[in-house]
Design a protein around this ligand. Structure first.
Ligand code: GDP
Length: 427
């Protein structure tokens, strides 16, 4: 059985916590897209961790973690991350890396930095981890696939070709030092040494696992609104963030994905540039940012303060639909316990008309939020295990949002820990 855990919004919805929780019952956890440009924060018996490349199932002894072919594989980051968790007492995880995954090269990271410098104020708010240059090269067919590390003749020829091409841009557009083929070759040899013991045909491995009835989790990064096709283009990431892409980025049949758990946060937050209709500012935002998540809403990879906003029904309804949601996991609800009244964005006003359909980017830039205020519950809901034990106004908040987005909220997360979860039977 294959399940996907994905985000409905701009990322940071708490997918890491939900994956870590669901991984207790899983055999295999697969990362299928993205790279080390975003992170998951996980709190468990070993402590608090920020993961960027490893799947959120690495903390269990019984699971296998797979880096799928769709991932932007940064080998040094992967191995530093493994070391950092093992150094803190976590048993060495069982990791497999797809032989079809492509590698983030050091020049991808440089190109990312140089391009942000060149764009200045008009930049896309990149995390400068090389993700956009990496995926551009993958689709321009000049990327390095893990399998190619094992073909020395190919590598020797290819590094020369890549340098010729990259050096034109480095010299004439960015006015930066040029690449040398021998340096690239050395980098690739180092990557080979590190990754060799873990490389296999992960698609075939997963095919067999599915046939054996194993439980597989696909873990998405970021959320629907950062998808290059369906998100807020161009303020998006460079690989698809949708559950459907899980089939491609892991190399499994699409019809095997039986359950799509879309993680939706009880309020909004976003990093990077782009329209954010329900955004709030000033003291109101500072207060929510300080109380948000587990120890404040600051980027797990970048440490950047996140932009804050009220819950956005329009964006979340769309975000859930485009994921193909079967279950919503509604997270970080405990954080809202301080508010007398909780505003929720129920519509967008665009050129004098109110809509509940999420528009394309140019229209989105013009949208103003239509807010409705719901009464708060003014108590700490952490530790509650049964839905009926939640305060009435809290249940009303959940049920109002469920009706607005049109997908069943089957899990409510009321704390950062693995067991801070309330299951709800709504089907
Ligand atoms: P991800 O990228 O979607 O995994 O999200 P992040 O890890 O960046 O952000 C989620 C943050 O919220 C983390 O700090 C989590 O520990 C925390 N978190 C997750 N679920 C809950 C919850 O229900 N309540 C609280 N207070 N924090 C939560």
């Amino acid at each position: 059985m294959v399940q996907a855990v994905v985000g409905a919004n701009w990322g940071d919805e708490g997918k890491g916590k939900i994956t870590d929780m669901l991984a207790e019952e899983a055999d295999i956890i697969v990362r299928f897209q993205g790279g080390a440009n975003a992170g998951h924060t996980i709190v468990n018996d070993y402590g608090k961790f920020a993961l960027h490349t490893l799947p959120s199932g690495v903390f269990y002894n019984h699971t296998t973690s797979i880096i799928g072919n769709g991932v932007a594989l940064n080998i040094p980051v992967l191995f530093n991350e493994v070391k950092s968790i093992v150094d803190r007492g976590v048993p060495m995880p069982k990791i497999l890396v797809s032989d079809r995954a492509q590698m983030v090269m050091s020049y991808h990271i440089l190109f990312d930095q140089y391009e942000e410098e060149r764009l200045g104020g008009k930049s896309f708010g990149s995390t400068k981890s090389g993700i956009a240059p990496f995926y551009s090269d993958k689709y321009a067919k000049i990327g390095f696939q893990v399998s190619e590390l094992f073909d020395e003749d190919l590598l020797k020829e290819k590094v020369v070709r890549i340098c010729e091409q990259k050096n034109v841009t480095l010299k004439h557009l960015y006015h930066k030092p040029e690449l040398k083929p021998e340096d690239l070759l050395e980098e690739l040899h180092n990557y080979k040494k590190m990754v060799e013991p873990f490389v296999c045909d992960t698609s075939a491995y997963l095919w067999n696992a599915i046939k054996e009835g194993k439980k597989i989790l696909l873990e998405g990064q970021l959320g629907s609104l950062k998808d290059p096709d369906h998100g807020i283009y161009p303020m998006v990431t460079s690989s698809s963030t949708l559950a459907a892409y899980g089939a491609i980025g892991a190399g499994i049949p699409p019809y095997e994905i039986k359950k799509i758990v879309t993680v939706v946060k009880a309020y909004s937050s976003a990093v990077g540039a782009g329209a954010f209709v329900s955004e709030i500012f000033g003291d109101e935002a500072d207060e929510l940012r300080k109380r948000g998540g587990d120890g404040g809403e600051f980027g797990a990879t970048t440490g950047r303060p996140r932009r804050m906003g009220w819950f956005d029904c329009v964006a979340s309804k769309y975000g859930c639909r485009i994921q193909g949601t079967t279950d919503v996991a509604f997270t970080v609800l405990d954080v809202l316990g301080y508010l007398d009244e909780i505003p929720v964005c129920v519509g967008y006003e665009i050129d004098g008309e109110v809509t509940t359909d999420f528009p394309t980017t140019a229209k989105l830039e013009k949208a103003k939020p239509v807010l409705k205020k719901l009464p708060g519950w003014k108590t700490d809901i952490r530790g509650i295990k049964n839905y009926e034990d939640l305060p009435e106004n809290c249940r009303k908040y959940i049920e109002f949002i469920e009706e607005q987005i049109g997908f069943p909220i089957t899990m409510v997360s009321n704390g950062p820990g693995r067991h801070d979860i309330i299951y709800r039977n709504v089907k």
